[in-house]
Design a protein around this ligand. Structure first.
Ligand SMILES: CC(C)(COP(=O)(O)OP(=O)(O)OC[C@H]1O[C@@H](n2cnc3c(N)ncnc32)[C@H](O)[C@@H]1OP(=O)(O)O)[C@@H](O)C(=O)NCCC(=O)NCCS
Length: 158
């Protein structure tokens, strides 16, 4: 049975905020990368669950790029939305900014693409709804996601 499609805007996380404190830092006194990666994974998972209505697991993470460091006292602002879905998998794009919450200015610090698989009650991959892009940005992401998937699957699994 084909499931009803959803527009990315319907399931996006607009703003997941995380205030940085000293215990979040690495030895260079900037934010520990693993914390940011975890934040990306958790935020993207919410989008995957909203889109599929199922429990989901991360199957692949690609193009996770640290563009700039973030510092204590700043706020990480994470946005995530689904770019495209296939049979049981979905690509979620994540954007992280570091915000000076006193002045309101933001710096782009991380971008990432994560692929999730929706699971049925037996833990097997199960069908997910199609993504229905409506805006120009959603269309651009929808097309680019298919190209990334081809590259991802070409690398394959061990
Ligand atoms: C995700 C998992 C259930 C897939 O199981 P599987 O037996 O390989 O299932 P399939 O071969 O049917 O693949 C399922 C989907 O994953 C996709 N997939 C598999 N490997 C992939 C990869 N490296 N990159 C992108 N997609 C991938 C397949 O293309 C397929 O997508 P589709 O149904 O949309 O076409 C299994 O690999 C797993 O449990 N992995 C561990 C997940 C995990 O523990 N994550 C970390 C904690 S959340």
């Amino acid at each position: 049975m084909t499931k009803t499609g959803k527009q990315p805007a319907e399931t996006a996380v607009e703003q997941n905020v995380y205030k940085i404190f000293p215990n979040d830092l690495n030895s260079k006194h900037t934010v520990f990368g693993g914390l940011v990666m975890g934040l990306c994974d958790r935020t993207a998972l919410i989008v995957a669950e909203r889109h599929s209505g199922r429990s989901c697991v991360t199957v692949a993470v690609d193009s996770l790029t640290f563009l700039a460091p973030a510092h204590t006292g700043e706020t990480l602002v994470v946005k995530a939305s689904v770019n495209r879905s296939w049979r049981s998998s979905m690509e979620i794009g994540v954007h992280v900014a570091a915000e000076n919450s006193f002045q309101g200015d933001r710096r782009h610090v991380v971008s990432a693409y994560l692929t999730f698989v929706a699971l049925d009650d037996d833990g097997k991959p199960t069908e997910v709804p199609p993504v229905l892009p409506k805006t120009a940005v959603e269309h651009r992401r929808f097309v680019a996601a298919d190209e990334r998937r081809a590259a991802r699957l070409a690398i394959g699994r061990p």
